[in-house]
Ligand binder design. Structure first.
Ligand SMILES: Cc1ncc(C[n+]2csc(CCOP(=O)(O)OP(=O)(O)O)c2C)c(N)n1
Ligand SMILES: [Mg+2]
Length: 401
């Protein structure tokens, strides 16, 4: 019996109606009504050699050099932030060590007016988009004012770092819906982890983005771990990208340690979304070389062998070899970059360390344009309690207690 099909599968990469017919009689359980495939793209191998014809931008110094420079900057900031945390000068910090190829290429591919909704591991994208180093440190130092990006050319519309897993995915749908409603040529980018793809928020967001055909690009930053949960225990699906298929959204995988592959996939997805072609999902396969955060010790759950193997795929070394081979980078460039990067980091760290500690009520500020009523009450209560505590301390000191 023929099963009615409302509509041919619309996801790019699907085989569509004609294949359906050719497979119709092959199975005893019924005809195949939909088939899909997920493609994987990589341009540079682990040694930075091209494995297929490179896109033109891969030889364009104006595109590639800033990407490389920001990858180096991101790694240097991570190193400094961990050192500050270890010496009691910063709160818990999540390094993006090993993921620089993905996070920087996300930021580089976006247009200024696009809106980034990222997790705590998108430092490279934030830096590329003009968030100041001192602001990033300020945020991780526990001061919410760091989320109120104010540098020159700051991405004012970008969302603050999202620590709750996947809760920013439905927000991204709202942002993209507004863009569509206002007919703005803008795209929302929602970056989230492999672990986040197991959350209901993610599936709900995919569904909304698909059904409303929103200008929204999801990037699954698959770094193989969700704290101590490995990718193999996260989902039985062969790829995380294919979760998009159920929502009618085209999806693909890229080598996330190949900045050229991530940049190209993002550029294509962003320009299609800007032109009204709807959402897209990019799964970037990378690896978290660091502990989950400074509060974690990954050696308790993953092997030294695995880490060793993955270190050899370093996205920075890979891109540098490509740039040197393409004559876009030299030893002298590297020395200059190292010096300039170290100076920028030290200057920003000094600026951060000189900031006065925020008052306790600042934790309520800088996130909402208008504080919701329930939070306003809590803020008022905190201000009153802090004032009472100060008065008590002063009178205690006066009494010589
Ligand atoms: C809603 C929610 N549940 C649990 C946590 C605790 N938590 C913090 S990070 C994390 C793992 C996230 O893994 P993944 O999405 O792969 O991102 P990654 O940290 O690897 O970048 C969890 C469960 C949280 N922050 N938010
Ligand atoms: Mg992860």
């Amino acid at each position: 019996m023929q099963r009615p099909v409302e509509k041919a599968p619309s996801a790019r990469g699907s085989r569509g109606e004609s294949d359906r017919t050719s497979h119709a009689d092959t199975g005893s359980a019924g005809e195949i009504v939909a088939q899909f495939e997920i493609r994987y793209t990589r341009f540079l191998d682990e040694n930075g050699r091209a494995v297929r014809e490179l896109p033109a931008f891969a030889r364009d110094p104006d595109v590639m050099r800033p990407i490389y420079e920001h990858m180096v900057l991101t790694r240097a900031l991570d190193r400094k932030a961990v050192a500050l945390q270890r010496t009691g000068q910063l709160g818990t910090y999540p390094s993006s060590f090993g993921q620089e190829g993905t996070t920087v290429a996300i930021g580089a591919a976006m247009a200024r007016d696009d809106v980034l909704l990222g997790t705590y591991r998108e430092t490279g994208a934030m830096l590329f988009r003009g968030v100041r180093i001192a602001e990033i440190l300020q945020y991780w130092g526990g001061d919410e004012a760091g989320s109120d990006y104010r540098g020159p050319g700051a991405p004012r519309a970008d969302f603050p770092i999202c620590v709750p897993i996947a809760t920013h995915a439905p927000h991204a749908v709202g942002v993209a819906y507004a863009m569509k409603l206002r007919r703005e040529p803008r795209v929302a980018v929602c970056a989230l982890g492999d672990g986040a793809t197991s959350k209901g928020d993610f599936y709900e967001a995919l569904n909304g983005a698909g059904v409303w055909q929103l200008p929204l690009v999801f990037v699954i930053v698959n770094n193989q771990w969700a704290i101590s949960v490995p990718r193999s225990a996260q989902s039985h699906a062969e790829t995380l990208a294919q979760k998009a298929i159920a929502a009618g959204i085209p999806a693909e995988q890229v080598d996330g340690d190949d900045a050229v592959a991530v940049y190209q996939a993002m550029r294509n997805a962003l320009s299609a979304a800007r032109d009204g072609a709807g959402p897209h999902v990019v799964e970037a396969l990378t690896y978290r070389l660091s502990d989950h955060t400074t509060a974690d010790d990954a050696s308790r759950y993953r092997s030294a062998d695995e880490l060793e193997r993955r270190r050899a795929l370093d996205p920075i070394a890979r891109l540098r070899s490509h740039l040197e081979r393409a004559k876009l980078w030299s030893e002298a460039d590297e020395r200059r970059l190292e010096e300039a990067t170290a100076a920028r980091i030290e200057q920003a760290a000094a600026e951060f360390l000189a900031l006065p500690p925020p008052p306790p009520e600042a934790m309520f500020d800088h996130l909402f344009a208008q504080l919701p009523e329930a939070l306003r009450e809590q803020r008022d209560a905190l201000v009153a309690a802090a004032a009472a505590h100060r008065a008590e301390t002063v009178s205690g000191e006066e009494d010589g207690q």
